[in-house]
Design a protein around this ligand. Structure first.
Ligand code: PMP
Length: 431
């Protein structure tokens, strides 16, 4: 069997330096099982990182559906096959009635890239308003609208057609308290005005409804309704990026945007949609889809192929048959109470946030100033792996937010194991 050193040596020869790994000493994983990853040495790690393996690592129902279809037929959407319509009917049934036209693609980036093209075709405007800290994908156009990248290491700054509004963070952001929802929405209005002044009136307002890369931020109530109203009044189309948060993870709702009571003009889907199979989707209204019918054919070799479609359907089967949305709600509530309880005993916990199985725990050195406890957060992540066999990542501008987005089969027992481990480690650290 290859050792970690063998694999790292091979990686160094053939993979680009720009790609990163989890942990200084990366894990050699050989198998997945539900909410667990099994390393080459047999260690079973509790996985709190992989929201992509939504219905569980190596899910048998999804794997069997994929194998069956691969043995039968795989082709592209220039032919007719029922699997495509069976899937898009099921998918659009889960969305507000207005969102009935679906483009199937192969990743979250592809979904957002296409959504941008559609919004630009609709409005004939390139101007785009985004939220600070956002990440929307790896293509050229998406790096341009991702402050997480263009303001980060290696970034080239904000392009002229893009305006950035504040992260609607009720804990650590610019506005706090009762009126913060409308204050943050007002900041979107200002960004829309700046777009016009800069000569690039906004055609697109794109955001996640809970923000992943910005630090698992759950915006204040009323924020998106007011921000969408402002964007639409300025002539922009509202895109909801559900790549991280969709498919029942919120617990109370199937989609993230529902937590804010809004209906987007375009929704983009990825990651969990195919349980690890490359699949994504853009769903919009017939009117907006019509604006994209400019005469130029849209063709996507792999998007919506029969294998991807049966995988997407199989993921929906499992979400339903195993009641995973309700499970996320229940386990999420258990985590919420558990984190709140930990926060009473550990000063380092400044804020606990999120919904369902999408949560963040902000670690701080000072509860008054909210100064990020970055070094403590990094130590904890390392110790969780080495001493507790729990995999967890960090997020947020201060790299101090423990980010929890496990496969949905993550159980109450798993939650207790994580809570106990954090309690022990924070006590040992004197925090
Ligand atoms: N949108 C969001 C919110 C994401 O988190 C990501 C990936 N981290 C993407 C889009 C891009 O998806 P992909 O990596 O599948 O291209």
């Amino acid at each position: 069997m290859s050792t970690v050193d063998d694999l790292l040596a091979r990686r160094a020869r053939h993979l680009p330096q720009a790609m990163s790994l989890h942990y200084d000493r990366p894990l050699h994983i050989v198998r997945g099982d539900g909410a667990y990853l099994i390393a080459a040495d047999g260690t079973r790690y509790l996985d709190c990182i992989n929201n992509v393996s939504h219905v569980g690592h190596a899910n048998a129902h999804v794997a069997e559906a994929a194998c069956r279809q691969m043995r039968m037929l795989n082709t592209n959407a220039r032919f007719l096959y029922a699997e495509l319509f069976d899937y898009v009917e099921r998918l659009t049934d889960r969305l507000p009635a207005a969102l009935s036209v679906c483009f199937l693609v192969n990743s979250g980036s592809e979904a957002n890239e296409l959504a941008l093209r559609i919004a630009r075709a609709r409005t004939h405007r390139r101007g785009t308003v985004v939220l600070d800290g956002a990440y929307h994908g790896n293509t050229t156009s998406l790096i341009d609208i991702s402050p997480y990248k263009f303001n980060g290491r290696g970034g080239e700054g904000c392009p002229p057609h893009v305006q950035v509004a504040a992260t609607p963070d009720p804990y650590d952001g610019r506005f706090r308290g009762e009126s913060s929802g409308s204050d943050y929405a007002q900041d979107v209005t200002k960004a829309l005005e700046r777009s016009t002044q800069a000569g690039h009136p906004a055609g697109t307002f794109i955001t996640e409804s809970l923000l992943g890369c910005a630090g698992q931020v759950d915006p204040p109530d009323g924020y998106l309704a007011a921000a969408y109203a402002a964007a639409r009044a300025a002539g922009a189309v509202c895109i909801a990026d559900e790549v991280q948060i969709g498919f029942g993870r919120m617990g109370d709702t199937f989609w993230g945007f529902e937590t804010q009571g809004v209906v987007p003009d375009i929704v983009t889907l990825g990651k969990p949609i195919g349980n690890g199979h490359p699949l994504g989707a853009v769903v919009t209204t017939p009117e907006i889809a019509e604006s994209f019918a400019t005469g130029m054919e849209y063709f996507n070799t792999f998007g919506g192929n029969p294998v991807s479609c049966v995988i997407g359907s199989a993921v929906l089967d499992v979400i339903d048959s195993e009641g995973l949305q309700e499970h996320a709600r229940r386990v999420g509530e258990h985590l919420e109470h558990g984190f709140a309880d930990l926060a009473k005993r550990h000063q380092a916990i400044g804020d606990t946030r999120g919904r369902g199985l999408f949560r963040g725990v902000a670690l701080v050195t000072d509860r008054q100033t909210h100064a990020p406890a970055t070094s403590l957060a990094r130590t904890l992540v390392q110790q969780l792996r080495e001493e507790e066999q729990i995999l967890l990542s960090l997020e947020g501008p201060g790299d101090n937010v423990l980010k929890l987005k496990p496969p949905m089969p993550f159980s109450e027992g798993d939650a207790d194991r994580l809570l106990d481990a954090l309690d022990r480690l924070l006590t040992d650290q004197g925090e």
